[in-house]
Write a protein that binds this ligand. Structure first.
Ligand SMILES: [Zn+2]
Ligand SMILES: [Zn+2]
Length: 528
């Protein structure tokens, strides 16, 4: 079978992997690329594969970097089945139309300029209507249930403990009377996360595809003391007469924060504070959470049953749905906790709150989630002294804080622990869904600790899994070549020759010479 990495390879977003058995084409995730302008380009134009060819799409969870291009897939002719858990379906039914609406608004803004310039207009990647249409291809499957997709492929979801409904995918694929097991972790949750269960483990896998968002980092103390740190930040900010602005993903992070704030209120620490959730999507997601009590962990379920009320609806909580209500928050100078999306600050209402609070040294901007390269959130967190928001230069005077403990991803230690629990270890581990240095760091650790071979695949790279379970890279993907200009290809060739030259001069290890020789022979074969 062939594996192709169409996203989340040496980057966090755009999760999309294709398995081609010859008879069946099965895709895991179809996510949107987020972050820098260059990476977002990949969302536009045609897919690097034919959507009409795909038989099944297995969706690990509802986050847009995993689900966000589903409406585009359907718009471009996909007619197969989309398999997900029930909660993922519920969440996608609000997140995908919301994403479509964002595309429409973005294009409308660009088209206004193009119209004035007399240039041809652009089309959105998809509309909210396309998103609604794509929902009919979903088929929901409970955790732990083994389903056969056809004679050769079976699949099972187990709890990934990342967001409500998130799943690790186990796939059994039969080829020439041999069955191979592939496991995709999707995003693997942080242990002891509020509301949902801890990630499940798997017994065995022939090939593992593991995320590496925090492959080179540890959450450490933040994990233990996050509510205490949160409390201190709020207290100190209010004493100075400012607001606490929290950019948070609408799904899971917002609800985790509400849960922690509720704990602080119940302990009598937070009194009389005004908490605002200023994101229509986060409000709808919170309602979906409260309807899906079967996905809660025991602690949260008991809390719900004892009080008879969803622990996410806390006193003093105000949901601001309309743009008018949201704008009123701009007048608010102190004593407010404002949780708003997007989590990485590159769209949505959070930008208004940043505009009104970033320049004020009394206020605090509190990050509680991953900030991808190139996003406004990352730039603020990296200490930029001035940023542009809605075309206006805003100076950064506010206190900038970051609590890693709210992360809904495993850190390096938890990822390694998780791998260590596989009693029948994989033949090879593909490290995905991480910035390059993060994926490489995790790959190194796995090599050292478990002596398992690892691969950090690149965008559009493909691999053949042979009958004897050996894995062979398919050199330079065709799609990549067709996109390069001849000058780029020549530049690449020159660089490569230099690299090879220094490799030959510097190597002292005989085995490496042979390895290099084999690889050069493979290129020679490709050229002839
Ligand atoms: Zn996720
Ligand atoms: Zn993700």
């Amino acid at each position: 079978m062939e594996l192709i990495f169409y996203g989340a390879a040496k980057t966090v977003t755009g999760s999309c992997f294709l398995i081609n058995t010859g008879a069946t084409k099965l895709m895991v995730d179809c996510g949107m690329f987020q972050g820098s302008k260059k990476i977002k380009e990949r969302n536009y134009g045609d897919f690097p594969f034919d959507p009409t060819d795909i038989d099944f799409l297995i969706l690990t969870h509802a986050h847009i970097d995993h689900s966000g291009l589903i409406p585009k897939l359907v718009k471009h002719g996909f007619e197969g089945q989309i398999l997900s858990t029930g909660a993922t379906f519920d969440l996608c039914s609000i997140m995908l139309p919301d994403s479509g609406y964002i595309q429409e608004m973005e294009i409308e803004r660009k088209n206004r300029k193009l119209r004035r310039a007399g240039k041809p207009l652009l089309e959105p990647i998809y509309t909210s209507n396309d998103a609604y249409k794509s929902m009919k291809y979903f088929r929901t499957i409970d955790y732990g249930l083994m389903v056969s997709l056809n004679d050769c492929i079976s699949a099972r979801f187990i709890d990934a403990g990342h967001i409500m409904g998130s799943a690790i995918v186990e796939l059994w694929i039969k080829e020439q009377n041999q069955t191979h097991k592939l496991v995709f972790t999707g995003d693997l949750g942080n242990f002891n996360q509020p509301i949902i269960n801890d990630p499940n483990t798997v017994d065995e896998a022939d090939f593992l595809f593991i995320e590496s968002t925090y492959g080179n980092r540890l959450h450490d103390d933040d994990n233990r003391d996050k509510e205490e740190i949160l409390y201190n930040i709020i207290k100190e900010t209010f004493e100075k007469g400012g607001n606490v602005i929290i950019p948070a993903f609408a799904v899971e992070r917002t609800q985790d924060l509400l849960y922690s704030l509720n704990n602080l209120i119940e302990k009598g620490k937070l009194k009389g504070v005004d908490i605002f959730v200023d994101s229509p999507l986060a409000i709808s997601a919170t309602e979906i959470f409260c309807r899906n009590i079967q996905y809660f962990d025991e602690e949260t379920r008991i809390k719900y049953e004892v009080s008879g009320e969803c622990p996410l609806f806390l006193p003093n909580l105000q949901f601001t749905r309309t743009a008018e209500e949201s704008k009123q928050l701009n007048e608010r100078k102190s004593g407010a906790i404002i949780i708003s999306a997007s989590g990485m600050c590159d769209a949505g209402r959070i930008k208004h709150h940043l505009k009104h609070n970033l320049w004020r040294q009394e206020s605090t901007i509190l990050f509680v989630g991953y900030q991808a390269d190139g996003t406004l959130g990352r730039r603020i967190l990296d200490g930029e002294k001035s940023v542009r928001i809605h075309g206006e230069e805003i100076t950064v005077n506010a206190r900038i804080e970051n609590i890693n403990g709210f992360s809904s991803h495993s850190d390096q230690r938890s990822l390694l622990d998780w791998v260590g629990k596989i009693s029948n270890p994989p033949k090879k581990i593909f490290i995905v869904h991480g910035e390059e240095e993060s994926s490489l760091a995790l790959a190194d650790k796995i090599n050292q600790i478990f002596d398992i071979e690892t691969v950090v695949p690149d965008y559009l790279e493909s691999y053949l899994i042979k009958e004897d379970l050996n894995v062979e890279p398919v050199t330079i993907p065709e799609q990549l070549i067709s996109k390069l200009t001849i000058e780029e290809l020549r530049g690449y060739y020159k660089e490569l020759i230099d690299k090879l030259d220094s490799m030959i001069t510097d190597y002292i290890d005989e085995e490496k010479y042979n390895e290099l020789y084999e690889k050069l022979r493979a290129i020679e074969k490709l050229a002839s």
